[in-house]
Ligand binder design. Structure first.
Ligand SMILES: [Zn+2]
Length: 241
């Protein structure tokens, strides 16, 4: 029984590694996509600031055009006013100039306000961009590391699956079917070590009589509490006397 159990323990060891590798391969892609979404969100917030700045620039451009036109108008009026002969004409033009000057001051105030906002947004963009760059490097490195680990894990998994296939051929068939049944019902560990009379699968004591039988290794012993296949490590016979 001991040799048969040794094959089964080896099989279980391999299948535990397969389980771990598969779990890693399930979890790691989630971490990778989490990193990608963090990077994406940060990039979006940077783009949002860029859009705000662009919108301000768009508001500023026609005002600057109007300011130039307004200046042309004022320059022309200045030239005309010197040639004016009647008081009536003079007053009309002076009124035109006053209006243009008022409009000019008004536009200049708007342009200054917009420039102030652009300046503040640009500073904000600078801050966001700098911290994003630092974080992005860290995140990209983490992502690359995860992708590397996934590749390694895939190779390990393939290797273990090969081992599993050949071990399944060596294990005693009736023992193997018992193992598979218990593994399924226990969702994992089917073979448990029994140390000093305690089953490591369920942490319950087994009867001394049963433990002695297990150590002798004459027949298959199942834990009465958790129904797992039990084994004792070699050398434990010494502890018995
Ligand atoms: Zn047990």
């Amino acid at each position: 029984m001991k040799d048969k159990l040794a094959d089964l323990i080896a099989l279980q060891d391999v299948e535990i590694e397969i389980f771990k590798a598969e779990e890693g391969l399930r979890e790691m892609p989630k971490e990778v996509s989490e990193i990608e979404s963090i990077i994406g969100a940060r990039r979006k917030s940077l783009e949002a600031v860029d859009e705000e700045i662009a919108a301000y620039e768009e508001r500023k451009a026609p005002l600057e055009v109007e300011l130039k036109e307004n200046q042309t108008l004022l320059d022309a009026a200045d030239a005309r006013i010197k040639r004016i002969k009647t008081n009536k004409e003079y007053l009309a033009l002076q009124r035109e100039i006053d209006l243009a000057k008022k409009r000019k001051a008004d536009i200049e105030e708007q342009v200054l306000m917009i420039m102030d906002k652009i300046e503040k947004k640009s500073a904000e963009r600078q801050r966001i961009s700098a911290s994003f760059e630092t974080d992005r490097v860290i995140l990209e490195e983490k992502k690359a590391r995860l992708e590397g680990q996934m590749k390694e894990l895939e190779a390990v998994l393939a290797e273990y699956k090969g081992k599993d296939k050949s071990l399944r051929k060596t294990v005693d068939p009736s023992l193997l079917s018992k193992y598979d049944r218990i593994k399924k019902s226990k969702k994992g560990l089917a073979v448990a070590e029994c140390l000093d009379g305690v089953c490591k699968g369920c942490h319950m004591h087994i009867q001394p009589q049963l433990y002695n039988e297990l150590v002798r290794g004459d027949r298959l012993i199942i834990c009465p509490s958790c129904q797992r296949i039990l084994y004792a490590r070699p050398g434990e016979e010494a502890d018995q006397d």
